[in-house]
Write a protein that binds this ligand. Structure first.
Ligand code: SF4
Ligand code: SF4
Length: 363
């Protein structure tokens, strides 16, 4: 019988200990708007190690993993270095942060444990039979990312796409997309259902907020264990607890938008819509949750939202520093009703883009 090297290693870092970060993790999870009982149950499920995490990296920059490392409760440096005795991490396969390596690592993919959740980071390249991205070998032959995803998705308890590339294609799928990169749902098909009959969950963002990733993972584990309902998803497959409101809704510059006060240059006072902000058409809680441990966000810092969580990022968000090509409506005239009108127009804009993408129309 195959043994799982990490369980035997003196350096083994278990999910049990990772989630024993207890107080800090509970504080973080509580911001996910789950009640205490749910938080405790999520932790318990992670604690007992019942669910294995297999995290694949396709065409991406690894920034999603880097963002995960910015989780603050528990502090990830202590997690990885093991300097907090109770805080340890054990993903069975995660290219960047796992302690497995070489054949031992690939063995986790070849013979996964019965209960595992597949996380996909990066888009899946389909042209040239996926030869652009390979992970390890079987019988001396490189195995493509495309083949691993197809193989592992079959028996996964659930599949989570981490980041915009894995969710919708993202930057690698930007025009002209020479490698045929696609998001997980486009690769597996909109009718894909996991072994537990669960749909793919998308956690977009370039990168996603650490809370979005850890919170979604905890929620999906609970659903996979049939302890809590599957998280509510929006029509783009995103958990509404994180992606239910627009960046525009909670922006501190929103009053200026409504008043028609627009900055003409970066650093000037005012809403930065005219400088390219796509906040009205981007759905994520960046301005209420805030980034960097609740400190800041793109628009709070004075940078336009680039709509990094939307399916058409980056092509439809570009040029980044030009206003949306939303049909003729003077921003001044829109003041007061601007939020509503802008939202409707922007929604139509994105829907049109999404339809084009799914119907395979070329730009
Ligand atoms: S357009 Fe951008 S900067 Fe202006 S209020 Fe909306 S999100 Fe904030
Ligand atoms: S504000 Fe916009 S660009 Fe910035 S992280 Fe949020 S969705 Fe992405």
């Amino acid at each position: 019988m195959m043994t799982r090297p990490m369980e035997q290693s003196a350096l083994s870092l278990s999910r049990r200990n990772f989630m024993k970060a207890g107080v800090g993790a509970a504080a973080m999870l509580s911001t996910f708007r789950l009640d205490d009982a749910i938080v405790k149950e999520a932790m318990a499920q992670l604690l007992d190690g019942a669910v294995s995490i297999l995290w694949l990296h396709g065409a991406a920059c690894q920034s999603c993993t880097i963002s995960l490392l910015n989780t603050t409760y528990p502090d990830v440096v202590d997690v990885i270095l093991g300097t907090l005795p109770e805080v340890k991490m054990d993903f069975d396969f995660q290219t960047v942060i796992m302690l497995n390596w070489g054949d031992r690592a690939i063995e986790q993919l070849k013979n996964p444990p019965k209960d595992y959740i597949l996380l996909v980071e990066g888009s899946i390249q389909t042209k040239s039979d996926g030869a652009f991205c390979t992970i390890g070998e079987i019988d001396g032959r490189p195995v493509t990312m495309k083949d691993w995803v197809m193989r592992l998705a079959r028996d996964a308890m659930a599949v989570i796409a981490i980041g915009t590339c894995a969710s919708y294609g993202g930057i690698p799928a930007g025009s002209p997309n020479p490698t045929g990169a696609v998001g997980t749902i486009d690769f597996l098909g909109v009718n894909y259902a996991s072994r537990l009959n669960l749909p793919i969950v998308n956690v977009p963002g370039c990168p996603p907020h650490p809370d979005w990733m850890v919170g979604t993972l905890a929620s999906v584990i609970l659903a996979a264990k049939k302890l809590y309902p599957f998280p509510e998803l929006d029509p783009l497959g995103r958990p509404t607890m994180f992606f239910g409101k627009s960046v525009h809704d909670d922006c501190p510059r929103r009053g200026q938008y409504d008043e028609g006060i627009f900055a003409e240059r970066f650093g000037h006072d005012g809403c930065i819509y005219q400088l390219g902000c796509k906040g009205p058409i981007s759905y994520a809680d960046c301005n209420s949750r805030k980034w960097n441990n609740g400190l800041n966000s793109c628009t709070i810092s004075g940078a336009p939202c680039l709509a990094c969580v939307q399916p058409e990022f980056p092509d439809k968000s570009s040029p980044f520093f030009e206003p949306l090509p939303i049909p003729p409506l003077s921003l001044k005239e829109a003041a007061g009703i601007g939020a509503v009108v802008g939202g409707i127009l922007a929604g139509a804009y994105w829907i049109q883009g999404r339809r084009s993408k799914h119907h395979g129309e070329q730009k």
